[in-house]
Design a protein around this ligand. Structure first.
Ligand SMILES: [Zn+2]
Ligand SMILES: [Zn+2]
Length: 290
């Protein structure tokens, strides 16, 4: 774990480096960005809330939660976070929620699903719905906010058939951190990852994926083919990072497919000679420590 006590830097903590398949060591995709005096959460997969506590993040200082897309492995921890903050009195109003088109509907349905709980707790009189329902902004390609001298820009990535999938580029005093979201190789990622100090990028081990395809039949085979098509292969991610002149490539959302971190490294290293890390849950990186 690396120090983040660098003025003017951005730090990234990986809360979860896993996939939809439960893993004791790798929780669902999520990362905490510490930027100026703010804390921003990008995605909120299963287990994120407890990883936030393990990371000793100042949960009450979370200003924004950014969602890359609405696949369950990126959002299923959101109810845990919202309810913990609400019941625990962490905030008067929850962090602003930024997400793809459909986010508002997702939250409306979530609140509806928990209608009984919300009714019981608000009737007790100690909380109101204002502490639970976040302000929501649904974004489009190029959406940006500036906040306390830092900015973040959302950009569309290619996770087809997911219609709305985004990555995020954070900038603060010439420091740049980019989160790929879920994507295959696409032009927009190449553009927005340009000169990033840190790129956190998803990856699937190509050989493991190919084996899964070759050894399955019918719908299962089609599913593996689709998964490989809309995710980033270990043979491609290094080229993307090299072309974008990324300084530090951090691999996350690891689809290891019975492979190992060493298998990922040996696929990526030939095409990328910058700093390269296979992410682990709770690993922390700073733009000033390269
Ligand atoms: Zn996805
Ligand atoms: Zn995913």
């Amino acid at each position: 774990m690396e120090s983040s006590n660098n003025v003017g830097s951005i730090s990234v903590t990986l809360l979860g480096t896993g996939t939809p398949i439960p893993d004791r060591d790798r929780h669902g995709p999520s990362q905490v960005i510490e930027i100026a005096h703010d804390i921003v959460l990008v995605d909120c997969g299963p287990g994120s809330l407890h990883r936030l506590l393990e990371a000793e993040s100042n949960v009450t200082a979370i200003s924004h939660v950014l969602l890359t897309h609405l696949h369950s492995d990126h959002v299923s921890g959101l109810a845990d976070l919202l309810w913990a903050g609400w019941v625990g009195g962490w905030w008067n109003t929850p962090p602003v929620l930024i997400g793809p088109p459909g986010t508002e509907e997702f939250i409306n349905r979530l609140l509806y699903a928990f209608e009984e709980d919300i009714r019981l707790r608000t009737e007790e009189g100690s909380v109101t719905i204002a502490g639970l329902r976040p302000t929501i902004h649904e974004i489009e390609d190029g959406w940006t906010i500036t906040h306390h001298k830092w900015s973040v820009r959302g950009f569309r990535v290619d996770h087809y058939p997911v219609k709305h999938a985004f990555g995020y580029r954070f900038e603060y005093e010439k420091n740049v951190v980019v989160i790929s979201g879920d994507t295959c190789v696409c032009e927009n990622l190449q553009i927005y990852a340009q000169d990033a100090d840190i790129l956190v990028c998803e990856v699937a081990w190509e050989e493991g994926m190919k084996r899964a395809i070759e050894t399955s039949r019918g719908p299962k085979r089609a599913r593996w083919e689709r998964i490989l098509r809309y995710h980033m292969s270990s043979l491609e991610v290094g080229k993307v990072a090299a072309n974008a002149r990324v300084k530090h490539l951090v691999l996350s959302h690891l689809m290891l497919m019975n492979g190992t971190p060493a298998d990922l490294l040996s696929d990526v290293r030939p095409s990328f000679d910058g700093k390269l890390t296979v992410g682990e849950d709770l690993a922390k990186f700073s733009t000033k420590v390269q």
